[in-house]
Design a protein around this ligand. Structure first.
Ligand code: 5GP
Ligand code: ZN
Length: 119
């Protein structure tokens, strides 16, 4: 019997439901779920359903998807009630950027003030 090929990508597995997550939003393009190690009262990861390694490997073909992720972040922030106070959106990219999961994702952090530049 042929077994389905299990993705080795953590976020692809979360999107597929193989690994549980606390989803806060989903549409045809993206899934958003709570970060397992929250760095703020709200810390949501917004990930495209189609695998993209990182912002570094994204191409013009991903232009709509990238815009979609940003607008999803804004929509979730409004829904959480802190949009007017403000929030932080982060896309860690490659080693020096602190990226640890190589499925492109937008961090949405809110519910407290943030300093800039980050560490
Ligand atoms: P990066 O460091 O790549 O920008 O962000 C990866 C994020 O994924 C980290 O904030 C980390 O806490 C989160 N993360 C890692 N493993 C899991 C997991 O299994 N479930 C969830 N919900 N988040 C995870
Ligand atoms: Zn993936």
């Amino acid at each position: 019997m042929m077994l389905p090929i299990m993705s080795e990508c953590l976020f692809c597995r979360i999107i597929a439901g193989d690994i549980p997550s606390a989803r806060v939003f989903e549409d045809e393009v993206c899934v958003a779920f709570n970060d397992i190690s929250p760095q703020a009262p709200t810390h949501v990861l917004i990930v495209p359903k189609d695998h993209i390694d990182s912002l570094h490997t994204a191409s013009t073909a991903d232009r709509d998807t990238l815009g979609h992720l940003m607008l999803a972040a804004a929509e979730i922030a409004r829904g959480k009630g802190f949009a007017e106070d403000g929030y932080r959106v982060v896309v860690n990219t490659n080693g020096d950027g602190g990226q640890t999961v190589f499925h492109l994702h937008v961090h949405l952090l809110g519910g407290r003030p943030f300093v800039f530049p980050p560490g």
